[in-house]
Design a protein around this ligand. Sequence first.
Ligand SMILES: [Zn+2]
Ligand SMILES: [Zn+2]
Length: 299
Amino acid sequence: MRISCCGVCRTDLHLAEGDLEPRRAQVTPGHEVVGHVDAVGPGARRFAVGERIGVAWLGRTDGTCRFCRRGDENLCTEPLFTGWDTDGGYADACLVDERYAYRLPDALTDEQAAPLLCAGIIGYRALRCADVPPGGRLGIYGFGGSAHLTAQVALAQGLEVHVFTRGEHNRELARTLGAQSVSGAADESPVPLDGAILFAPAGELVPPALRALDRGATLAVAGIWLSDIPRLDYAAALFQERRLRSVTANTRLDGEQFLRLAARLGVHATTVTYPMDQASAALADLAHGRFGGAAVLVN
Ligand SMILES: [Zn+2]
Ligand SMILES: [Zn+2]
């Protein structure tokens, strides 16, 4: 595919900073890739040359392990990930397995579509994992690229959204989108939460987020990497059937469902663009919280 733009995900930063071990030397990062089919390989017939496609984190699964067979391909034991195992979208062009690419809704521009491909899809899966009942109260800890998309879906579904974050850009964005309350990252919640998602890669936020949950509610940790979780007090953090769970990658079905939903609801990514050769600057700005929303590298 010929790449028009690629979103910058926090996972790229974890890879650049060494939190995540590279799975292949000199791999090109980037797994929110939007572009056009430039040429097709032998036997490839899903997309026509020139067609617009999107490429996400899940690059390949074996299709045969016990998790793939039961429909949980996000848990595949032999997966390949875009921009970790295979060369990704911080480039002019990349090679893609057509079975793992997405058609993109026409309503979305390239730049709007890019952040949906990881930040959006993973956030959507995390929202489902948090299992908030209809009309319930959702807590969102950390408010960046993924959270600001997830909040829009949650609000459109009629949930009440309470945001916990530092950084004035993101606090402002949360208020603009319609959050019921915006508090500091580790502040006490103004209300008991019916479910919560931790987007910040900060293990120290797990205990306050669990304490904020109502009985029987779930805290879903959306990130691929989390700093160490401090010692948990069982009675304060987990008893009364509160749950702590992680969110791991996504299935292609999650992706298809979310992209359709995002187009229908008019989910709007707040983006800041950088030229493709300024990827290092974009990652540094992400690390320092210098923008609200999501960064997109543009060719
Ligand atoms: Zn598998
Ligand atoms: Zn990502």
